[in-house]
Design a protein around this ligand. Structure first.
Ligand code: 7TS
Length: 421
């Protein structure tokens, strides 16, 4: 479960010592009381909470900068455009893309993956071709490829995982064939927490000339991601899981690939010229950003990245790694608890089942104690099927969580056992 291997190379800024209480003070919502208890928010894989600086950036945008971008000669439009493009540069640096034109703003991971499936996928897949995914994907990295395959008469192939929730790399390699046109894989599994050996997977696919689309939704908040080092062809993530606002996300793509792809949606901003006879398309990244984008969301996303960089991704990863290790020990020692997802390399997610108690009942009893966890299939129904369970309880950690909160979770689970004894 060592996060060390995944801890990034690039946390350069000089940072203050890690102080979780100071960090908690940055998140207004953490002071909420739930059913008379202090909120214990352990549903970060679904969405993280937002620091004051992100909330302020959105307010600042609407109070001082709001205008439509890329079109006005007037002052505010120019300010809004500059801030928008500055944010793109911040995102570029965050994932170490080579050029900011490789950063496309989307609504989130889901839209980013659909974009690739419907443009690159539609252009490159034919009848009998294959898309290779893994058995641990979120529905948003399954369904868009199924839709593509259905339309093209192509086939979805699935690389298996072992009982710990680790990818079987040899099987993955064997499934890469002459007909494989795209590989689409999660960097980190949302239901199991597994960190995939992405660099090796990319190398295996590239050895056969196959591009790799990475679902980075659960990786970017917890690991340092360097798209050039990984050599990922496409990398998708969501702002709201990394302390940023909802409704904004990113698709990174290699310039040459994006440039050769047909556009996704048609509309304003994505064109170079329009006549009724023919439209020519704008250059990157605008070709993929049709219509008025979420400028406030982009401002918030920039603030979220600034916030994470201010703490340092290595410190975030280190703290979360400590929490995961502590929680794994404490929960693993509870009678009746079975952990689902025990990969050696894991990030920030602890899924489990308890005796015969349905996860929804566990979630409800925990909620009465102010503890927010997610229960269900986590939009990864095939993972549940793989482990022969209908659902799990999932605790997922962020930079502001504490060992005391894990103690509260342990007490909560003891209470569940009492109730169901
Ligand atoms: N991929 C992974 C691995 C995810 O965990 C999620 C969301 C998505 C894609 C989709 O992201 P979106 O921002 O476009 O919705 N995962 C979860 C979750 O685990 N609980 O709620 C949402």
């Amino acid at each position: 479960m060592s996060a060390a291997a995944a801890v990034p190379i690039r946390a350069r800024a000089v940072q203050q010592p890690f102080d979780v209480e100071r960090i908690r003070g940055d998140f207004p919502i953490l002071h909420t009381r739930v059913h008379g208890h202090p909120l214990v928010y352990l549903d970060n894989a679904a969405t993280s909470q937002k620091p004051r600086s992100v909330i302020d950036a959105i307010v600042r945008y609407y109070e001082g900068e709001n205008a439509n971008i890329h079109r006005g000669v007037h002052y505010l439009s120019q300010v809004a455009t500059e801030e928008f493009e500055k944010a793109r540069e911040t995102v570029r640096g965050f994932v170490n893309a080579a050029q900011s034109s490789e950063i496309i703003f989307t609504r989130g991971t889901t839209e980013a993956i659909n974009l690739v499936a419907q443009t690159y996928g539609r252009a490159h897949l034919g009848a009998g071709d294959e898309v290779l995914i893994t058995a641990m994907e979120h529905h948003s990295n399954i369904v868009p490829w199924q839709m593509l395959c259905e339309g093209k008469g192509a086939k979805l192939r699935v690389a298996p995982i072992n009982d710990a929730g680790e990818l079987l790399l040899e099987e993955f390699d064997k499934l890469l064939g002459r007909r494989t046109k795209v590989v689409a894989v999660a960097h980190v599994s949302n239901a199991l927490g597994t960190i995939n050996p992405l660099k090796r997977m990319v190398a295996l696919a590239h050895a056969r000339g196959i591009p790799v689309v990475v679902d980075g939704a659960q990786a970017v908040p917890h690991l340092g991601v360097d798209v050039q080092d990984l050599d990922a062809d496409f990398y998708a993530f969501s702002g709201h899981k990394m302390y940023g606002p909802t409704g904004i996300g990113v698709l990174y793509g290699k310039h040459a690939l994006l440039d050769a792809m047909p556009p996704y949606q048609g509309g304003g901003d994505m064109i170079s010229s329009v006549t009724f006879e023919k439209t020519t398309y704008n250059k990157l990244p605008h070709k993929f950003e049709a219509g008025t984008p979420d400028m406030a969301g982009v401002a918030g996303l920039k603030a979220a990245i600034d916030y994470m960089n201010g703490i340092g991704i290595a410190k975030i990863a280190g703290h979360e790694h400590d929490l995961l290790e502590y929680a794994t020990e404490e929960l693993g020692a509870l009678p009746g608890v079975r952990l689902i997802g025990t990969a050696r390399e894991k990030a920030s997610v602890l899924s489990f089942v308890l005796d015969e108690v349905h996860p929804h009942d566990i979630g409800t009893i925990l909620d009465q104690q102010g503890i927010a966890v997610r229960t269900g299939h986590h939009c990864a129904q095939p993972v549940m099927e793989r482990f022969h369970i209908p659902a799990t309880v999932r605790a997922s950690f962020a930079v502001y969580n504490t060992k005391a909160e894990i103690d509260a979770l342990v007490r909560g689970i003891r209470k569940v056992r009492e109730v169901f004894a």
